[in-house]
Design a protein around this ligand. Structure first.
Ligand code: SF4
Length: 146
């Protein structure tokens, strides 16, 4: 397990910055918002060389899918991913986007976005704490730069 310290700054290979777009679809999205925008969260992410995107997907290299993905929403999730430039990565955050979570047997819920998108890191939890998102980004960094 990596230790994230306030002085750590990750070199993402091509740049010292990586841009993250949060596709928050349900309760997990609130935790991701807290991690990206909350007090201390944005500072911790800046130390990791990570910034949140407030514009369109064409500005992002990491798509964070957090929350319940319904089959109705799935085309919008796919369109968002398609609009992102290369290189691009996907973090699936929480039980719902990983597997369907508590709604795994619902007729209307996608049972894991890894069925339709290349998920690079899956963060477990219902919901994961904001710190878990940071852990997921560190794991992604390790994968990108190894
Ligand atoms: S995993 Fe749990 S907290 Fe996250 S969106 Fe699903 S039900 Fe909500």
């Amino acid at each position: 397990m990596s230790t994230v310290t306030p002085t750590l700054r990750l070199d993402w290979g091509t740049s010292y910055q990586v841009t993250v777009l949060d596709l928050g679809l349900a309760c997990c999205g609130v935790e991701v918002m807290a991690a990206l925008e909350g007090r201390g969260g944005a500072d911790a992410l800046a130390e990791l060389g990570v910034t949140a995107v407030h514009g369109g997907p064409e500005q992002a290299h990491v798509l964070v899918v957090s929350g319940t993905v319904t089959d109705v929403m799935l085309p919008a999730v796919l369109a968002t991913y398609e609009a992102m430039p290369e290189p691009k990565y996907v973090l699936s955050v929480g039980a719902c986007s990983n597997t369907g979570g508590p709604y795994w047997d619902s007729y209307s819920v996608t049972k894991g976005i890894d069925q339709v998108l290349p998920v690079h890191v899956a963060v477990p939890g219902c919901p994961p704490r904001p710190e878990a998102l940071l852990g997921g980004l560190v794991a992604l960094h390790r994968m990108v730069t190894s």
